[in-house]
Design a protein. Sequence first.
Length: 369
Amino acid sequence: MVSVHKRGMKKVISLTLVLLLALSLVACAAPAATTTTETAAEPAQAAEPAAEAAEPEKTVTFAFIIPSLDANWYVEIVDSFKYAAEEVGAEVLVLPSDYDVDKEVANIDLCVTEKVDGLCMFSFNENGAALAAEKMSAAGIPIVVPDSVGQALNKGADLMACVDFDWYKMGQMYADWMAANTTGDFVIITGNFEHYPCIYVNKGMEDRANELGKNKLLDIRDADYNPDKAAAAAEDLINGGLEFETIFVMQEEMASAVVRVLKNAGKLNNPYKVITQNGQEMGIELVKTGDLQMTISSSPGLEGYICFRMLYSQINGKINYLNEQKMVPISAVLQADAQNPDPKVIIPWHRDPIFKELTQEYYPELMWY
């Protein structure tokens, strides 16, 4: 009986152990209870709104009002203005006025309507630049005026700057050359009696000649920048009984025609010498051969390049020009210079990297980019 009881007890114990093991397995399989002290998860942050697409950068647009595109001077000043614009990806709106006052006024009004960022105003009449300056000032558009000898400033216009050559100084340079290289008197074949550069060159030459007392101005003829008229004037002068040694001709195309007249008459350089102005390639070649004794390099290309950099610097807050007169560098060109050309002496008319160097030298405030 005892053995039977023991066996029964063993079965009871075994069953009990099995039951306890099963319960422990169930307990292990159950998920652990979450305590109330755990920090609840923070709600997810709202997604950041997508950044707005940046507006494309506005292209800078400058206008260039020009009397026409029928002369090398006009073509080169506009082209080099565009050359400077290409450096910064700016656009240039070229507006020829075709020597028509009404069209020039319409071009000025168009600049206001189109809200250009700046204007380079080359006028063919004495009131055009002042009118443009008045309208641009009212519209908050900066304006530079090339080739005006400051007449827009003289009329009380409100503008950034008149950009030009020192025509009066040029006249003095010619008188200095004559005093050093000739003993006789001189005559002038000018471009146009009413054209400001002509007025100032003639005045500078006569004033300096009178000051030096070696050469005297005997006559001035107006050839209207026309080579045929210049040739006719030369014919008349050399056959008119005046005794003189030097003929100053305001522009190299006209000077070339005068040279032909003197060559045909067998009188070039003996007794008549010819000096002129501009510094373009055909004139430099005539100085090189000795047909012209002197010219002065005055590059419309450099002038246009500087005008652009002034406007671009002004709208970017790098300069603050107001009613200023700014001069473009000039240089005398003699035969030795023509035979051994230096671009800082014979300044190119056409777009050229030397413009950057010269701008850095004369107007470093414009070379910030």
